[in-house]
Write a protein that binds this ligand. Structure first.
Ligand code: NAD
Length: 256
């Protein structure tokens, strides 16, 4: 039961972040949603989650490509018992063509922002006497693929950062872990299916199994609810001694 706890999930107006927010709210946590936009629909989304689960739900805008905004997000939340660093972007290109601006943005949004948010959250968690830091890494935090230099470097960096935070908080009632999904069904992945079907002249099922899930032995996607369930487990009493590690949710990808 996470009643009375405040969970901040970065990049949570869609996809995995939104799924995690919903599962933490279902478990009773007050939630802070975030992205870089500030639209009515962002605030409406938070309001709807608050109504559905009977918790306090707020949306706070912060562009996590900027370190000072990442720090301010945690400060403005007022309280942080659970921090999930989830915001992310992707760019695919060979190293010789990889735009420096994309490299810098990916490292800033996915790696440096986790440093900045944790730097503010850890002292708050120590003061409050409890804390959970959950970094949404990836199978690409443990394995590499070509043409994803910035993404793979950032996700490996996130796994390393998670271990250091775990060691520095090992004797506090705080844990830090990384979740490493393979392919998760999100709007982003759904959007790739029609293009893949067309490109390879395949039906939907073949395109999913042979192209998109080529490296995922289960030949099935994880769901955002499942990622939310793992995050909720990491916040439970059973997980109090789990720290500094990775939990793969990848249908067997990294078993190979
Ligand atoms: P998504 O695009 O639905 O979510 C990304 C979120 O990050 C969005 O809310 C977006 O608004 C936010 N964001 C992007 N740039 C931001 C910025 N500058 N400041 C603040 N927020 C920003 O994609 P998703 O699939 O839900 O991805 C969530 C995380 O999961 C990412 O870190 C991604 O790398 C990781 N991941 C996804 C999969 C997958 O298969 N979908 C697999 C492994 C890891």
């Amino acid at each position: 039961d996470l009643k009375g706890k405040t969970a901040i999930v970065t990049g949570s107006n869609s996809g995995i972040g939104l799924g995690v927010v919903r599962e933490l709210a279902r478990a009773g946590a007050d939630v802070v949603l975030n992205s870089f936009t500030d639209r009515d629909e962002d605030h409406d989304l938070a309001r709807a989650i608050g109504d559905e689960f009977g918790v306090t739900a707020r949306y706070i805008r912060a562009d996590l490509s900027k370190g000072d905004e990442a720090r301010k997000l945690i400060e403005d939340s007022g309280r942080c018992d659970i921090l999930m660093n989830n915001a992310g972007i992707q760019h695919v290109a060979g190293i010789e063509d990889f735009p420096t601006e994309r490299w810098d943005a990916i490292i800033a949004i996915m790696l440096s922002s986790a440093f900045h948010t944790a730097a503010v959250a850890v002292p708050m968690m120590r003061e409050q006497g409890w804390g959970r830091i959950i970094n949404l890494a990836s199978a690409h935090g443990l394995r590499a693929s070509p043409y994803k230099s910035a993404y793979v470097a950032a996700k490996h960096g996130v796994v390393g950062l998670t271990k250091v935070i775990a060691l520095e908080t090992a004797q506090d009632p705080i844990t830090a872990n990384a979740i490493c999904p393979g392919y998760v069904m999100t709007p982003l992945v759904e959007d790739q299916i029609p293009d893949t079907m067309k490109k390879y002249d395949m039906d939907r099922e073949t395109a999913i199994k042979e192209v998109i899930l080529e490296r995922q032995p289960s030949k099935d996607f994880a769901t955002v609810e499942q990622i939310g369930g793992v995050a909720t487990f990491l916040c439970s009493a059973a997980a109090a001694q789990i720290t500094g590690t990775t939990i793969s949710v990848d249908g067997g990808w990294t078993a190979r």
